[in-house]
Design a protein around this ligand. Structure first.
Ligand code: ATP
Ligand code: MG
Length: 624
C-alpha cells in the first residue's frame, strides 16, 4: 500500500457565520492545494466559472439529500500558486497575530480572500439523528401551550424535514415559506449591485410577509394551523427596523416557526425580538452557535454533548439530553413556580396576621406605645416559630405528582387546543403548566387575597382573644388576666394559626413537614418554659408566665382552641367551595389522581368534566 503524505500548512477554522472551513496543504508533488467544505449557500457562490461543471447536478443531489433530512456539505478545492500563497500567508499571519478587537473579522476577511474561484468536487450527506424522545417532548410542549421556535443553521429543506420529524410541522398544516432564493434575486446578485439587491430583497420579504399574514384568518376558531419557515437571508431583512414588527406579528400568529440558515447573531436577535413582547423566553442549544441566544433568553438551557461545552458554560441550566427538558419544565418548572408563588403569598400572610394583631392592640391601648408582646417573642417570630414550615413549602411542596404532571392521554394529534372542539379526551395534563404561563398563582388578585386573609385572621384572633379572656376570672382562684397573660394567649393563637394555615395550604406531607409545622408550635411552648424560668431581669414579662399563669388555666387552652378553629374556618370554607365549585386546574388533577389511586380507571366524573370544560374555555378567553 502506498501512502501519500500531505503537509498541513494552515487551517481556516469553521465559524457559524462563515459556514465553511478550509485547509491548505502541500501535496507530495509540492503542489499547494486549498480544500474547502461548507454549506451549499456559501460554497456555490465561491466557485469559479470553470469550477461549476457539475453544479446543477450537485444541487439536485443536495436538495434530494436535504429533503431526506440529511445534513449536507459541499466540497471544493483550488490549486494555489507559490507566490500567491506567500503573499496571502503574510496577510493572514498579520491578521492572526493582531491583538485588536476586530481580530476575528480580519482573520475572516483574510480567509475570504483565498477561498475563492474554487472548483467543485462534490457533496456529502450525513444523517444527523434526532436525539431520543425529541418528537414526543416537543409534542407535549405544544400541548402544554408553549410556543416553539426552531432556530437552526441548517438548510431549509433539512430544517423542514426535521420539523416534520419532531412533530413541529404536521400534515394538514399550512406552511408559509419566506425565502430569497428566487430567480429574480439571484439574477440581481450576479450583477453585483449590492444596493439593488438589498432593496429588492427588502421588498420581496415585505411582500411575502404581507402575503403570508393575509393567509391567516383572523377568526381564531379556524382549524387550520400555520407553520412559518424563513431562511437566513430573509431573516436579515425581517429583523431590520422596518419589517421586524410585521414579521413578529406574522410569526406570533403561526403555531410553529422555523428559522433556517440563521447565524448565531440572528438567533440572539430573534430571541430578543420575542422577549420584547413581554413573553418569557427559554432557549435550548448545544453548540457554540447557540451561545448568544442562550444568553439573550430569559432562561438558557445548555445541552452537554458532542458539540463541546460552550453552550453549557453560558447557560443557566444544563441537561444531558433534550428530552430531559420535558421534566425540567413540566414537572420541576411547575412545582418551582407553585412553591415560590405560594411561599411569597404565605410570607405576606403570616407577617400581616402577626403585625395586625399588634396594631389592633395598639389602637385598643389608645396608641400608647405599649406593645402586646414581649420583645423576644417578636424577635423570634420570624426566626423560630414560623420560618421552617415556609421553607419546607418552598422546597418540597408538590401539588400533583410528577407522574400526573406529565400524564398524557393519546388523542388525535391535530385537535387544536381550543375550547369549542375540546372534549374530555382532549384534556391534557401538560396544560397544568398554563397555571405558570398565565401567572395564575401569583396574580395580584391572589396576593391581595392572601393579604386580606391575613388581616381577617388578625381581626378574629384579636377580638376573639380579648372577648374570651377579659372581664372574667381567668383561673379557679378568681384571678383575672393581666397584660402579660393576654400577650402570651394572643401570641399562642397567632403561632397556632399561621402554622395550621400552612398545614391546610400545603399538598405534600412527609415527616419533614410534620416535624417543622408541629415542631414550630412545640418550640414556642418550650421557649416560654425556658425563657420564663430565667431571672426576671432577663425574662421580664415572661417570667414563669406559662408554667404558673397560663398552663394551669383551662381558659387559656380553651381560648387557644376557639381562636384557632374560628380563624381557620373562613379559609377552610373558601377552599372547600373553590374545590367543589370553581376548581383550579391542579385541583381537578389532584382529584383525578386520587380517583386513579382508588379505581385505576381514567374516566372523569361528569361534574369534573364540565368544570374542566368551563375552566379551559376561561383560560382560552384570557389567552386571546
Ligand atoms: N465543521 C464544519 N465544516 C464545514 N462546514 C460546516 C461545519 N459545520 C457546519 N458546517 C456548515 O455550516 C452550516 C451552519 O452550521 P451551524 O453550526 O451554524 O448550524 P448547524 O450545525 O447547521 O445547525 P444548529 O444551529 O442546529 O447547530 C451547517 O449547516 C453546515 O452546512
Ligand atoms: Mg451546529
Amino acid at each position: 500500500m502506498e501512502y501519500r503524505v500531505y503537509e498541513l500548512l494552515h487551517v481556516l477554522e469553521f465559524t457559524s457565520s462563515r459556514k465553511r472551513m478550509s485547509v491548505i496543504v502541500r501535496s507530495p508533488e509540492k503542489q499547494l492545494l486549498l480544500l474547502c467544505k461548507g454549506a451549499d449557500s456559501v460554497m456555490f457562490e465561491r466557485l469559479s466559472k470553470e469550477g461549476r461543471l457539475f453544479g446543477a447536478e450537485t444541487r439536485v443531489h443536495i436538495n434530494r439529500y436535504a429533503e431526506a433530512g440529511l445534513r449536507t456539505l459541499v466540497i471544493a478545492y483550488r490549486e494555489l500558486e507559490e507566490h500567491e500563497y506567500r503573499r496571502w500567508e503574510e496577510e493572514f499571519s498579520k491578521a492572526k497575530n493582531s491583538v485588536t478587537a476586530d481580530r476575528d473579522a480580519l482573520v475572516a476577511a483574510a480567509a475570504d480572500k483565498i477561498e475563492r474561484n474554487l472548483i467543485l468536487l462534490g457533496a456529502t450527506a450525513v444523517e444527523d439523528k434526532l436525539q431520543k424522545g425529541v418528537p414526543e417532548c416537543i409534542d407535549k410542549f405544544s400541548r402544554a401551550g408553549i410556543h416553539i421556535w426552531v432556530l437552526t443553521g441548517d438548510k431549509m429543506e433539512t430544517a423542514i424535514n426535521i420539523g416534520y420529524a419532531c412533530s413541529l410541522l404536521r400534515q394538514g398544516m399550512e406552511n408559509i415559506v419566506i425565502t430569497l432564493d428566487t430567480p429574480e434575486i439571484e439574477a440581481l446578485e450576479k450583477q453585483v449591485d449590492k444596493e439593488a439587491v438589498a432593496k429588492a430583497s427588502l421588498e420581496s420579504v415585505q411582500m411575502q410577509i404581507t402575503e403570508g399574514r393575509s393567509r391567516i384568518p383572523s377568526d381564531k376558531n379556524n382549524p387550520v394551523k400555520f407553520g412559518l419557515v424563513i431562511d437566513g437571508k430573509s431573516l436579515d431583512c425581517a429583523l431590520g427596523e422596518k419589517l421586524s414588527n410585521m414579521f413578529l406579528d406574522l410569526a406570533l400568529n403561526c403555531s410553529s416557526v422555523i428559522c433556517c440558515r440563521s447565524s448565531p447573531k440572528q438567533k440572539a436577535l430573534v430571541t430578543r425580538l420575542v422577549k420584547g413582547t413581554g413573553k418569557t423566553t427559554l432557549a435550548v442549544g448545544d453548540g457554540g452557535n447557540d451561545v448568544g441566544m442562550l444568553q439573550e433568553a430569559d432562561i438558557g438551557v445548555g445541552i452537554s454533548g458532542v458539540e463541546g461545552m460552550q453552550a453549557v458554560m453560558s447557560s443557566d441550566f444544563s441537561i444531558a439530553q433534550f428530552r430531559y427538558l420535558e421534566r425540567l419544565l413540566l414537572v420541576h418548572g411547575h412545582w418551582c413556580y407553585r412553591r415560590i408563588a405560594m411561599m411569597i403569598c404565605y410570607f405576606f400572610y403570616k407577617n400581616i396576621t402577626f403585625g395586625f394583631t399588634l396594631f389592633w392592640f395598639e389602637s385598643y391601648a389608645s396608641f400608647s406605645g405599649q406593645p402586646a408582646y414581649n420583645d423576644w417573642y417578636m424577635s423570634c417570630y420570624n426566626v423560630f416559630f414560623t420560618s421552617l414550615p415556609a421553607i419546607a413549602l418552598g422546597v418540597f411542596d408538590q401539588d400533583v405528582s410528577a407522574k400526573l404532571c406529565l400524564k398524557f392521554q393519546p388523542y388525535s394529534f391535530y385537535a387544536p387546543l381550543r375550547p369549542e372542539v375540546l372534549t374530555t379526551s382532549a384534556w391534557q395534563y401538560p396544560l397544568l403548566y398554563q397555571e405558570g404561563v398565565q401567572n395564575i398563582l401569583f396574580s395580584w388578585l391572589r396576593i391581595l387575597g392572601w393579604m386580606s386573609n391575613g388581616i381577617l385572621s388578625s381581626i378574629i384572633i384579636f377580638f376573639f382573644t380579648t372577648n374570651s379572656i377579659f372581664n372574667q376570672a381567668f383561673r379557679t382562684d378568681g384571678k383575672v388576666v393581666d397584660y402579660e397573660v393576654f400577650g402570651v394567649t394572643m401570641y399562642t393563637s397567632v403561632v397556632w394559626v399561621v402554622n395550621c394555615q400552612m398545614a391546610l395550604s400545603i399538598n405534600y406531607f412527609t415527616w419533614i413537614q410534620h416535624f417543622f409545622i408541629w415542631g414550630s408550635i412545640a418550640l414556642w411552648y418550650l421557649f416560654l418554659v425556658i425563657y420564663g424560668s430565667l431571672p426576671t431581669t432577663f425574662s421580664t414579662t415572661a417570667y414563669m408566665v406559662l408554667v404558673e399563669a397560663c398552663a394551669p388555666s383551662l381558659l387559656y387552652w380553651l381560648t387557644t382552641l376557639l381562636v384557632v378553629v374560628s380563624t381557620l374556618l373562613p379559609y377552610f370554607f373558601y377552599r372547600a367551595f373553590q374545590v367543589r365549585f370553581r376548581p383550579m386546574i391542579h385541583d381537578i388533577i389532584q382529584q383525578e389522581g386520587l380517583k386513579d389511586q382508588d379505581t385505576e380507571t381514567s374516566e372523569l366524573p361528569a361534574r369534573v368534566e364540565v368544570k374542566m370544560h368551563h375552566l379551559k374555555a376561561n383560560l382560552m378567553q384570557r389567552n386571546t
